[in-house]
Write a protein that binds this ligand. Structure first.
Ligand code: G3P
Ligand code: CA
Length: 240
C-alpha cells in the first residue's frame, strides 16, 4: 500500500481564507496541514513578496504590476477585503516575514518562484539567501514553471530540494526533468494518471499533485495506485 501523502495548503488555506496571507497560513496550521505552498514575485526595489499574480489587481484593493511597484507601495495594500470584509487589513507579506513566522512551526514549505511570466532577474539567489538566513533548507522545496529558473536554483545550490512544475500533460516532461537533474515533479492529476506520469514514477521521481480539492478526484488517484508524495489543496481540512 502507498504511504499517506503529505497535505500542502495551496497558497495557505485559500479555499476559506484570502490566498497567500497570514490568515491563510495560520489557518493551514490550525487545519492540520503538513505543508504550505506559497507564490513569490519581486518588487522593482528587489523585495521578495508573497503573491500569486504578477499584478496586485485581483487580490488587493490596488492596481499595478509588482515589477513596477516599490515594496512601500505594495505594503500599503489590503490583501484581505477582496475575499471577505472580515479579512480587511491582511497584508502582502514579504518572504522574510513569512519565514520569520514559519520559524514558529515545523511545516514543510513549498516556495513557488513565479518567474514564468516575469523573469525577475536575481530572484533565485535572493530566495536561497533568505532560506539560509532562516535555516530553512531542510523544510523547503523550491518549484517553478520556468525551467531556466529551476536550473538556476540547482546551479546555485545543488543540495536544496527542487521540483519542476508541470502544466497539463506534456510528453517531454520526464526527459526534460532528467536533463535538469530533477527528482520531483508537481503535476496535475491528468499527468499523474497518464503514461508520462507512470514514466516519471518508474524513473524514481516523486509526484506532488496540485490542486486537488475534490475527494472524488483524489479517490481516482488512490484507485490508480500511483504513489503520491503530497496533495496540494485549497482545503487542507478535507484531507487531514
Ligand atoms: O504549485 C502548484 C500550483 O500552485 C501551481 O499553480 O497557478 O496555483 O500557482 P498556481
Ligand atoms: Ca502556486
Amino acid at each position: 500500500m502507498n504511504k499517506k501523502p503529505a497535505i500542502f495548503a495551496h497558497r495557505g488555506a485559500s479555499g476559506t481564507h484570502p490566498e497567500n496571507t497570514m490568515a491563510a497560513f495560520e489557518a493551514a496550521v490550525r487545519l492540520g496541514a503538513d505543508g504550505i505552498e506559497l507564490d513569490v514575485q519581486m518588487t522593482k526595489d528587489g523585495e521578495i513578496v508573497v503573491i500569486h499574480d504578477e499584478t496586485v489587481n485581483r487580490t488587493t484593493n490596488g492596481k499595478g504590476a509588482i515589477e513596477r511597484m516599490t515594496y512601500a507601495q505594495v505594503a500599503e495594500l489590503d490583501a484581505g477585503s477582496w475575499f471577505h470584509p472580515k479579512f480587511a487589513g491582511e497584508k502582502i507579506l514579504t518572504l522574510d516575514e513569512f519565514l520569520t513566522w514559519a520559524t514558529g512551526n515545523t511545516l514543510q514549505i513549498n516556495i513557488e518562484l513565479k518567474t514564468n511570466k516575469v523573469p525577475y532577474y536575481g530572484i533565485e539567489q535572493k530566495v536561497l539567501e533568505l532560506i539560509d538566513l532562516y535555516n530553512m533548507r531542510g523544510r523547503v522545496i523550491i518549484s517553478s514553471f520556468n525551467q531556466d529558473s529551476v536550473g538556476r536554483v540547482i546551479e546555485l545550490d545543488p543540495y536544496i530540494a527542487v521540483a519542476g512544475l508541470v502544466w497539463r500533460v506534456p510528453r517531454e516532461t520526464v526527459r526534460a526533468a532528467k536533463k535538469l537533474g530533477l527528482t520531483a515533479l508537481h503535476t496535475q492529476v491528468s499527468f499523474a494518471l497518464s503514461e508520462y506520469g507512470r514514466e516519471a514514477i518508474d524513473s524514481g521521481m516523486l509526484l506532488r499533485l496540485y490542486t486537488i480539492n475534490d475527494m472524488k478526484e483524489w479517490n481516482r488517484v488512490k484507485k490508480s495506485g500511483v504513489p503520491v508524495e503530497a496533495i496540494i489543496t485549497d482545503f487542507p481540512e478535507r484531507f487531514s
